[in-house]
Design a protein around this ligand. Structure first.
Ligand code: 9WN
Length: 439
């Protein structure tokens, strides 16, 4: 599907529409992913949102990240949700009464305010902070943005590389399917078998008030999500004390850590410090990513299940996102490029990349991260294609992204079989990344 580049007037309309979404979803201190389905601040959403917002207002983009950083815990973790205290508890499940972060804070170091969740999401933040700085360095210096953000971002990475190195191989592990940001990916099905679901009458799913049940994770998935989160909370979010029944190393999560570690090197340089420790750490992480997660037979990265210490036999878009890592070998880049163009990730109706192997046994074109094509992963892969000089394919992906974002009214994701928008509309990261690709 080759689509023509948008004309100047179509680009202007798209830019205005995307800006309107971000203005409408701004709460005064940060941006909600969606006014209906996700009414609080989410961690990796805010990083993507800041990357787009910087084209409208560098100052607002800084505030977006600062609002998230204000939720940081003493151990360095950045929570996956920072709650808006103005909303009632039933606005989203699990709510602050479930996570009890300010109560757990006595031992685990959560702030007394704001209320937050206790789990994390992929570390795109340092990349976002660096891109936001570069959008308006004078304003950034005037507000001391990097000087305040840098030590917090360093503490965040340190948390991931110490307390979360659960496999002992030098990569960060995730301990809940919400942490890698791809909630119901088939990659988690095997590891989740070990988790007894919480009783269905113990909680109420607020997501079904706004989302189509056919698009959302199943009740069985939710029961397991609730059980894992409650167990972690009951262990006071202590990564050493908790008995993690779900612990995996995710390629996308670790790839973003590498890209962000390189951004820390740039930030250090700007702040008059040496970036060398960050550059060395990014290089070491790249070696570990390849040695622990690369699958040469299938030409993509795989998830490692730490309970069995084996690679999970599923092809997911998470295994393609490491294309965004700058210093991969030429062979790995070539193989990833071939996989991207091959039968497992080519969908008839979209230039975006399906979240799961379209020929795979668990493929479901509607159900969230089991097939639908998402805009944030497309943006990351676009960045990867450009990083490695694959400019023609990057441009094709960019044009497809812009056409599909506009046609779907900035949908949360796209059905890869029909190209139709699904999930929430006027979704913030879709709008933000549209602005970025138009700039
Ligand atoms: C749970 C907010 C978030 C995204 C995730 C996406 C979805 C939440 C949910 O929405 O997860 O964190 O309720 O389903 O999977 O990537 O950050 O947009």
């Amino acid at each position: 599907l080759d689509r023509p580049a948008p004309t100047a007037s179509a680009a202007l309309t798209l830019r205005r529409g995307a800006a309107r979404v971000l203005l409408d979803n701004w709460t005064g201190t940060s941006t909600v992913p969606s006014r209906t389905l996700y009414p609080h601040q989410w961690s990796w959403d805010s990083a993507f949102i800041a990357i787009g917002l910087r084209h409208l207002s560098a100052r607002r983009a800084q505030r977006e990240l600062e609002s998230l950083l204000a939720g940081q815990w003493a151990d360095g973790r950045l929570p996956h949700i920072v709650f808006n205290p103005a909303l009632p508890p039933d606005a989203y499940f699990p709510s602050p009464d479930f996570w009890q972060s300010s109560r757990a804070g006595r031992t685990a170091g959560a702030p007394s305010t704001p209320e937050t969740s206790g789990i994390v999401q992929p570390p795109v933040h340092a990349l976002a902070a660096w891109l936001v700085h570069r959008a308006d360095p004078a304003e950034s210096r005037r507000r001391g943005f990097l000087a305040r953000a840098y030590p917090r971002l360093v503490a965040w990475h340190d948390y991931l590389l110490t307390r979360r190195d659960l496999g002992g191989g030098g990569l960060a592990a995730v301990v809940h399917p919400w942490e890698p940001g791809m909630d119901n990916s088939p990659c988690w099905d095997g590891p989740l078998q070990r988790v007894d679901p919480a009783a269905p009458d113990a909680y109420h799913r607020a997501d079904l008030n706004h989302g189509n049940p056919a698009d959302r994770p199943t009740d069985l998935d939710y029961g397991r999500y609730v059980r894992l989160a409650a167990d972690y909370r009951d262990a006071e979010y202590d990564d050493h004390a908790a008995r993690h029944r779900f612990a995996v190393e995710d390629p996308c999560f670790n790839a973003l850590l590498i890209v962000s570690e390189s951004a820390l090197a740039d930030m250090a340089g700007e702040l008059g410090r040496s970036g060398a420790p960050h550059t060395a750490r990014a290089a070491e992480l790249t070696r570990r990513l390849v040695s622990r997660l690369w699958d040469d037979t299938s030409g993509l990265f795989r998830v490692r299940d730490l309970a069995t210490d084996a690679l999970v036999d599923e092809r997911s878009v998470t295994g393609l996102v490491p294309l965004a890592v700058p210093h991969l070998s030429r062979d790995v880049v070539k193989r990833l490029h071939e996989t991207l163009d091959g039968p497992h990730f080519k969908a008839p109706a979209t230039q975006l990349i399906p979240s799961y192997d379209v020929t795979g046994h668990a493929f479901d074109r509607h159900r969230y991260w089991r097939g639908p094509a998402w805009f944030n992963t497309a943006w990351l892969i676009h960045r990867g294609l450009r990083t490695h000089g694959l400019t023609a394919q990057a441009e094709r992906l960019r044009q497809g992204f812009l056409a599909e974002a506009g046609r779907s009214d900035f949908a949360e994701y796209v059905d890869p079989v029909t190209g139709g928008g699904r999930g929430a509309r006027r979704f913030s990261w879709t709008a933000a990344l549209t602005l970025d690709l138009l700039s």
